[in-house]
Design a protein around this ligand. Structure first.
Ligand SMILES: NC(=O)c1ccc[n+]([C@@H]2O[C@H](COP(=O)([O-])OP(=O)(O)OC[C@H]3O[C@@H](n4cnc5c(N)ncnc54)[C@H](OP(=O)(O)O)[C@@H]3O)[C@@H](O)[C@H]2O)c1
Length: 248
């Protein structure tokens, strides 16, 4: 096999151990991609997926995204292995809830490192091979909290709004080289991040949502499938909201 070039595209997904990240990894594999992902811990589901995907399709590393050197090394290894990156999905994030004045500076710093600095560093590292091939897509997972104010999630909302700014700035910077950058802003969908929502809050969200339910990972996945397909080849620099109409 030496000397042959593997034609399969490569997707980098941060935070592939559970929730939307795990769904994305599964979907990219189904679509014939090789996938590079990381998280701080590996879930049983991701370990099983690695087993069934075989040794040359799915690669996971234990990386704490707040460690900039480890993140750079993760991308360097991926590029050495595949010689290309076609898609980056900046998915990993942490929720941070609480009134700002009652939130510890260390918690704010950790959230901003994971939710802003990590996606910026990953984009910086992954764009290099994309620009070299004049092809690629960066998807930033934003949130409706970037678009609407809500008590208790000011830091999380600020981080997601920063990602939308990154999307617009980078789209201008790398568009001329054939690389697209898009934000996807989901409303509430079922995952570990939203597991703590009370029954009351859940009812309120459903009542405010024209389509009358919380989202699912499949709802978000479908949009990312579209955005990484040739059907979306003229879309860049935008934030696509996927919230059942919550913000309309
Ligand atoms: N769920 C929602 O309702 C909702 C709504 C709007 C937007 N979003 C956004 O959608 C994306 C996915 O959300 P989700 O609900 O699927 O989240 P989730 O279930 O909490 O999963 C987060 C993933 O990120 C990883 N991660 C977190 N901190 C990390 C770090 N420091 N280093 C490396 N990996 C880290 C986690 O793995 P480890 O913990 O093992 O590291 C996990 O794999 C996020 O960007 C989120 O902000 C979610």
């Amino acid at each position: 096999m030496s000397g042959t070039v593997d034609p399969r595209p490569v997707a980098v997904v941060s935070g592939g151990s559970r929730g939307l990240g795990l769904a994305l990894v599964t979907d990219f594999l189904r679509r014939g991609y090789r996938v590079e992902t990381f998280s701080r811990t590996e879930s049983a589901e991701l370990a099983a997926l690695r087993e069934s995907a075989g040794p040359d399709a799915l690669f996971w590393s234990a990386v704490d995204g707040t460690d900039a050197d480890a993140v750079e090394e993760f991308v360097r290894t991926a590029v050495r292995r595949h010689r290309r990156i076609d898609v980056l999905v900046n998915n990993a994030a942490v929720g941070l809830e609480g009134l700002l004045t009652l939130t510890a500076p260390a918690a704010i710093d950790a959230a901003l490192r994971t939710n802003v600095a990590l996606p910026v560093l990953l984009a910086r590292a992954c764009l290099k091979p994309m620009l070299a091939r004049r092809d690629g897509v960066v998807i930033n997972l934003s949130s409706i909290n970037a678009l609407r104010g809500q008590t208790g999630v000011a830091v999380y909302g600020a981080a997601k709004a920063a990602l939308d700014g990154l999307t617009r700035g980078l789209a201008r910077e790398v568009g001329p080289a054939g690389v697209r950058v898009v934000s996807v802003a989901p409303g509430y969908f079922e995952s570990e991040m939203t597991a703590g929502i009370s029954a009351d809050q859940r009812r309120r969200i459903v009542r405010r949502t024209p389509l009358g339910r919380l989202g699912s990972t499949e709802d978000v996945l479908g949009v990312i499938r579209f955005l990484t397909s040739p059907a979306a080849s003229f879309i860049t620099g935008q934030t696509i909201t996927v919230d059942g109409g919550y913000t309309c």
